[in-house]
Ligand binder design. Structure first.
Ligand SMILES: Nc1nc2c(ncn2[C@@H]2O[C@H](COP(=O)(O)OP(=O)(O)OP(=O)(O)O)[C@@H](O)[C@H]2O)c(=O)[nH]1
Ligand SMILES: [Mg+2]
Length: 834
């Protein structure tokens, strides 16, 4: 016989931790209330026929928010065989409120008092026997985190389910209340099971608005309600609530012995005094986020990512950094000396070409790439070069900077040429081979292309693999080290409980603007991925607020947006951590401004949901949990690279390297990309982004592929700007200016999220109209913001003034009007001030 056991309890009491421990699952656990918003089923380890159901946390069986409805509907409608009611032992009194309701459901219950490790440490004593007697069900002490007592709890629940023995009610409410309940029970029809009658009777008495969904017929009980309300001079819901609290206080004295802690502040309280301090909170938050980004983007993470990009996907590297040859000279020194000599020689050749000196044959003989290259001939040619120039020649020529691709005029004397030729010949007229300097590991693209060449692979396939897949997927994978560092740091902040404080701090700010602090939890979750972020909006009871949160949550950079932010910051802004941290603050500011503007429209007007959130105690993050969270997020990033991004890069590569030249369709060479299919598509739509300063087909196409998955922006750039001599970063730096780079970044940060997140928006909005409204709002806002940033940017940096500037100022004026216009819908506020 299959058995289902539901885990029910208050938010943040450890249900999911217990679920993971019992089933071996890996569900998301976070140190704040409202982490789980959907029910989740798993199999009890070692029992194939026992299913465990993790539920969202609830404070009572009178649900206010969507995820509470999920939990209640499950408990009432699906009727699990047993419930493990998890109670946070550090907060017994409040947690028991739900328990008094759960034992009325007519389902076998086992109470699991969790967090016993913390309870013991604090010195409190819980009398399990007394508690069990008072509640009429089995009680076990557990620590879900440490795995203590969990097997016992599960076994007891299985036994209770098999015995099918519902909780024998020990306690009675006030006689008048009991009489009313009995009377209502008698009025319920037979479709209500006997064991559930008490629960439904109380709910009907309480005038619960949503209970109609569960009952076929709601009996008329106005007489009973009136009698009770007259007697207690209160409404029935409050009467029942205070009866429950009276019951709890009657048992709590018998079951709980608090350690004499006096009035000393706990460590958590002391930390909170500082980090949630009215004045310090925000600067501390800014510093913490800056440090997170500084470490991930500029120091540790960046070093690892640079190494990966430069070596693994770039030029290759020497094992363990040992790169000395037999004479003890470092490879990099030799390579630099050779490159410097070549620069002067090439300079003289191009100077000669321009000034009518016959250097063509010399250049050919020295061309190491050519098939007929022979070092002996090259040496002779080099000597000849010395003879064709006059000893007092000073050559001027252009040199391209490797980083910025900017060209610079340089001068070299004949003496420079002489020593350059000597150096050139001393290396045997060929670039020093890194393999002569220790164990050299070629880069992945080099290795693969050599292998493919050896295997006589067709050109197009080689192109697909090297220029398509490796360039695209490699560009994304190059960010894995940075992402892992970032994920570790965010996981630490989350597990220790700091992120819950951030929600609290932000609530103070949000509230000033008429927004609910509850909107901040989805944003916190959205820092990992927008999909669960959007789902986390279920904790908001007010429908208008919830819609608004769904619309704005993805403004926060999710993990997938990080690589492209890092790429733009790295290529155009010198890797500045201010750009990466700034992306978060821009996300938050956009959410706040959107909130203010939208709240003033009829569609979203109304009171904001109250924000009640307990601050969980600080925990030391567990190394295992942090690493697991890092790995999970990192792995999903890698998995995506292997599936959707791989597919996208193949499509991008094909459409980039195939196209029509002179009327015939075929494969294109690197300098013909402007004729490609992709260029055609991009060119057809890129005018849209002219006012943003990056209206070229490459950037446009990258933004479009970003809608499939945001990592694609980097992958697509890798293909479109890769190839050729310069690195992707160098090409990017040459194609974007600071204003256009910033505008590109902002557009892609704020516009519609990836398909997966759009799907989540569709699901949560549950309405095509609202879905399109959300997507339209995001794209429209992104378009305007990026336009303004570019136009004002060029006005400041280059003094360019034109139609675009005027439009930008008009947009700003409109925006300011929307932001500061009086709120017509907030009449109550006006009345108050009068
Ligand atoms: N010290 C200690 N911490 C625990 C224990 N069980 C859970 N926690 C921590 O409590 C926090 C909340 O755990 P979750 O399992 O996410 O709680 P939940 O009940 O599923 O929360 P919601 O899904 O929000 O309702 C996490 O930080 C856990 O690590 C325990 O036995 N001891
Ligand atoms: Mg949970």
């Amino acid at each position: 016989m299959a058995i289902t056991i539901a885990l029910a309890g208050n938010p943040n009491c450890g249900k999911t931790t217990l679920f993971n421990a019992l089933t071996g699952a890996n569900q998301y656990v976070g140190n704040w209330p409202g982490v789980t918003v959907e029910k989740k089923e798993g199999k009890l380890k070692g029992h194939k026929d026992v299913a465990i159901m993790d539920l969202p946390g609830i404070y009572s069986l009178s649900p206010y928010t969507l995820e509470e409805v999920v939990a209640r509907n499950y408990l009432i409608g699906e009727h699990p065989d047993a419930i493990i009611n998890i109670i946070d032992g550090t907060n017994l009194e409040r947690n028991l409120y739900l328990s008094t309701q759960i034992i009325e459901l007519g389902i076998p219950v086992v109470m699991a008092v969790n967090m016993m490790d913390v309870v013991r440490k604090s010195g409190d004593k819980i009398d399990i026997k007394a508690l069990s007697n008072a509640l009429g069900c089995e009680v076990v002490e557990i620590s879900a985190l440490k795995g203590e007592g969990i097997k016992e709890a599960a076994d007891k629940a299985v036994a209770a389910a098999k015995a099918k023995k519902a909780v024998a009610r020990v306690h009675k409410f006030d006689d008048a209340v009991e009489a009313a309940i009995d009377a209502v029970e008698a009025k319920l029809d037979d479709s209500v099971a006997e064991a559930q009658k008490r629960f439904f009777a109380i709910k009907v008495l309480e005038k619960d608005s949503k209970i109609g969904d569960q009952l076929k017929v709601i009996p008329d009980v106005s007489a009973e309600i009136k009698t009770l309300e007259d007697k207690f001079d209160d409404d029935t819901e409050s009467i029942v609530t205070s009866e429950r609290y009276a019951y709890i206080s009657s048992i709590i004295g018998k079951c709980l012995k608090k350690a004499k802690s006096g009035k000393k502040l706990s460590v958590s309280d002391k930390i909170d005094k500082i980090v949630t301090n009215r004045i310090l909170a925000l600067p501390i938050f800014a510093i913490v986020m800056f440090l997170v980004y500084y470490i991930a983007m500029q120091t540790v993470g960046a070093a690892a990512t640079d190494w990966t990009n430069d070596n693994l996907f770039g030029d290759g590297f020497h094992l363990f950094g040992m790169e000395k040859n037999d004479d003890g000279v470092a490879y990099s020194d030799d390579a630099d000396a050779y490159a410097e000599a070549m620069q002067i020689i090439d300079g003289f050749i191009s100077y000669g070409e321009e000034n009518g000196v016959e250097v063509g044959d010399i250049a050919d003989a020295m061309d190491a790439e050519s098939d007929e290259f022979d070092p002996a001939n090259a040496a002779k040619a080099a000597d000849e070069l010395l003879t064709v120039f006059d000893a007092n020649t000073t050559a001027t020529y252009l040199v391209e900077d490797e980083e910025t691709l900017a060209t610079d005029e340089t001068e070299s004397t004949y003496a420079d040429l002489q020593s350059a030729v000597d150096t050139y010949k001393s290396y045997g007229c060929e670039e020093p081979d890194p393999a002569d300097y220790g164990v050299f590991i070629p880069s992945i693209p080099d290795l693969v292309s050599k292998g493919l060449e050896k295997a006589n692979c067709a050109d197009w396939l080689q192109g697909l693999i090297v220029d398509g897949i490796i360039a695209g997927v490699g560009a994304v994978l190059g960010f894995v080290p940075q992402m892992l560092v970032l994920f570790i740091l965010l996981a630490i902040l989350e597990y220790c409980g700091y992120l819950a404080r951030v929600a609290f701090i932000m609530d103070r700010i949000f509230r000033k603007f008429g927004l609910s602090g509850k909107s901040f939890i989805p944003m916190l979750v959205g820092m990992g991925c927008g999909v669960p972020g959007i789902m986390a909006s279920r904790t908001i009871e007010n429908e208008k607020d919830r819609r608004m949160t769904i619309m704005t949550t993805t403004f926060i950079p999710c993990g997938a947006k990080v690589p492209f932010i890092a790429m733009i910051a790295g290529a155009i802004f010198n890797g500045s951590a201010i750009i990466s941290t700034g992306a978060y603050f821009i996300g938050v500011i956009t959410i706040i401004c959107s909130g203010i503007i939208l709240k003033k429209t009829k569609m979203f007007a109304g009171d904001t949901s109250p924000f009640v959130m307990e601050l969980p105690a600080y925990h030391w993050p567990k190394v295992g949990a942090v690493l697991r969270s890092m790995w999970e997020r990192g792995w999903s990033f890698i998995k995506k690279a292997g599936t959707i991004i791989l597919l996208s890069t193949i499509v991008v590569w094909f459409t980039t390297y195939f196209g029509w030249v002179d009327g015939s369709f075929g494969m294109l060479s690197e300098d013909q990309m402007d004729y490609s299919i992709l260029a055609k598509i991009g060119n057809a739509i890129c005018w849209i982004f002219k006012p943003q300063g990056w209206g070229n087909w490459q950037a446009t196409v990258a933004s479009v592929t970003g809608l499939v998955a945001k990592e694609n922006i980097v992958g697509t750039m890798g293909i479109l700007y890769g190839g050729g001599d310069a690195t992707v970063y160098q090409t990017l730096a040459s194609k974007f200016t600071e204003p256009s780079g910033l505008s590109f970044l902002l557009f892609n940060l704020l516009c519609a999220p990836c398909f997966a997140a759009m799907g989540a928006i569709k699901r949560e909005m549950n309405s095509a109209k609202w879905f399109w409204f959300a997507i339209g709002y995001q794209c429209g806002l992104a378009y305007l913001v990026s336009l303004v940033v570019y136009q004002i940017g060029v006005l400041i940096t280059a003094g360019t003034f034109g139609v675009g500037t005027v439009v930008a100022f008009l947009i700003i004026a409109f925006f300011l009007y929307m932001l500061f216009r009086p709120n017509k819908n907030a009449q109550f506020a006006k009345i108050k001030t009068n």
